[in-house]
Design a protein around this ligand. Structure first.
Ligand code: SAH
Length: 346
C-alpha cells in the first residue's frame, strides 16, 4: 500500500476544491467528485463516466476511496445490526444500525478504543489506540447505507459508538460538514447528535461551528459520584460542565439531551433524582435514562424496572422531560457501552 495516497473522504467540499487545484485540475471537478462520492455513493472511480479517463486513472492510483473493509456483520433479535470494519492499519471498529421505523439510525464510532476509562463502559476498558480520520468516520455511514440498500435511507446519525467524539474534534467537525452539506450527504442538523462526556473547550467549539444536537453523558448529579464513575469529572467538574451547557448556543426549539445511566445502588435513588432535578434547572434540556447494560467484567448491576420508573417519575413531577432508553442490540453486544472490537496488537 503506497502511503502517499490521499483519503478522498477526508475532505469537506472546500478542502476538496483546494486538493483538486493542487493537482492541477479545474475547480468544478471538486463538486463533480463530491456528487459522485456522496450523492451516488460510488464505490469505484469507474462509475464516474463523466470524468476524463486520465483524471479517473489519477484518482484510481492517487486516492483511497474506500477506507474501511467490512469484516463482519451480526443481526440481533430486534433487527439491530452491528458492523465490524477493518481500518487500513489493521485496527477494528464497530458501528451499529438501529431500525426504529420510520427512523433508521446509524451509530458511529469516532476513535479506536477510548482514553476516558469510564468505569461502566466496555469500550473504556480497551484503552485508546488512535483517533479515526474523517474518511473513516464518514465511510461507516456509507458502508452501512450500502449494506441496507440505497432504496432504504438511513435517517438519523448518532455519535455514540466507540470513542469520545469531542476528543477528536478536527475529524469530527470535518465529518459533520460532509454529513450536513447539501452537496454531500445532505443530513438535516436535527437528525444528527453528538454525544460527549462533557469536554468543555471542544463543546464550546462544537456549539460555535455546528448546529447539530448535543447529548451529554451526565450519569451523576454530584461530583463525588461522577468522579468515581467518570475520571474526566476531575478535569471538568459539574459546575464547569453545567455552565458550558447553560451557555451552549441553541436555536429555539432545540434542547440538550442529558444521558443518565442508572446503576443499581450507585446513582438510582430518589435523592439522586431530586439532585438531578436541581442541577438541571435553568438548562433547556431533556433527560434520557439508560438502565445499565451489564457485562461480567463490569462491577455494576442494572436497577429494577420499578426503581427506573420511580426515578423517571420524580423527574417528570418536576416537569423535566425524561424518557427511558430501550438499549437495542444487547444480544449481539451492540448496546450502549458494549462496543469493544478486538484490536490488533501494536
Ligand atoms: N464518549 C461519548 C460517546 C459514547 S455514547 C459519551 O460518552 O457520550 C455511549 C453512551 O452509552 C454514553 O452515554 C455512555 O455513557 C453509555 N454507556 C456506556 N456504558 C454503558 C453501559 N454498560 N450500559 C449502558 N450505557 C452505557
Amino acid at each position: 500500500m503506497r502511503e502517499d495516497r490521499v483519503f478522498i473522504k477526508d475532505f469537506p467540499l472546500k478542502a476538496l476544491e483546494a486538493w483538486v487545484a493542487s493537482i492541477g485540475e479545474r475547480p468544478f471537478r471538486a463538486r463533480q467528485i463530491f456528487r459522485h462520492v456522496y450523492g451516488r455513493l460510488i464505490r469505484s472511480w469507474n462509475e464516474c463516466s463523466d470524468l476524463p479517463k486520465a483524471f479517473r486513472t489519477q484518482l484510481e492510483y492517487g486516492t483511497i476511496l474506500n477506507p474501511l473493509e467490512r469484516v463482519g456483520t451480526e443481526e440481533g433479535s430486534d433487527g439491530t445490526r452491528k458492523f465490524v470494519f477493518r481500518l487500513h492499519d489493521g485496527h477494528l471498529i464497530e458501528s451499529v444500525l438501529i431500525p426504529d421505523p420510520p427512523r433508521l439510525t446509524a451509530c458511529l464510532s469516532s476513535q479506536v478504543g477510548c482514553a476516558l476509562a469510564c468505569r461502566f463502559c466496555l469500550t473504556g476498558t480497551m484503552g485508546f489506540k488512535r483517533h479515526l480520520r474523517t474518511a473513516e468516520i464518514v465511510d461507516q455511514l456509507i458502508q452501512m447505507q450500502h449494506a441496507v440498500g440505497l432504496h432504504q435511507r438511513i435517517t438519523n446519525i448518532v455519535f455514540m459508538g466507540m470513542g469520545e467524539p469531542l476528543a477528536n474534534e478536527e475529524a469530527l467537525l470535518n465529518s459533520l460538514q460532509i454529513l450536513l452539506a447539501p452537496e454531500g450527504l445532505g443530513f438535516s442538523h436535527r437528525r444528527v447528535t453528538v454525544s460527549t462526556v462533557g469536554l468543555v473547550p471542544p463543546m464550546e467549539r462544537l456549539g460555535r461551528e455546528s448546529p447539530v444536537n448535543l447529548a451529554v453523558s451526565l450519569h451523576a448529579a454530584d461530583d463525588d459520584t461522577r468522579s468515581r464513575l467518570m475520571p474526566i469529572n476531575r478535569t471538568y467538574p459539574l459546575a464547569a460542565l453545567m455552565e458550558a451547557c447553560r451557555a451552549y448556543p441553541m436555536p429555539s426549539r432545540k434542547r440538550i439531551t442529558f444521558e443518565y445511566l442508572l446503576l443499581k445502588g450507585v446513582n438510582d435513588r430518589p435523592e439522586d433524582a431530586r439532585r438531578l432535578v436541581k442541577l438541571l434547572s435553568f438548562v433547556r434540556c431533556k433527560v434520557n435514562l439508560i438502565p445499565f447494560n451489564p457485562h461480567p467484567s463490569l462491577p455494576f448491576e442494572r436497577p429494577s424496572e420499578e426503581s427506573v420508573a420511580a426515578f423517571q417519575h420524580i423527574l417528570q413531577q418536576a416537569h423535566l422531560a425524561a424518557t427511558i432508553r430501550q438499549s437495542r442490540g444487547a444480544d449481539i453486544r451492540a448496546a450502549c457501552g458494549q462496543l469493544a472490537a478486538r484490536m490488533v496488537s501494536s
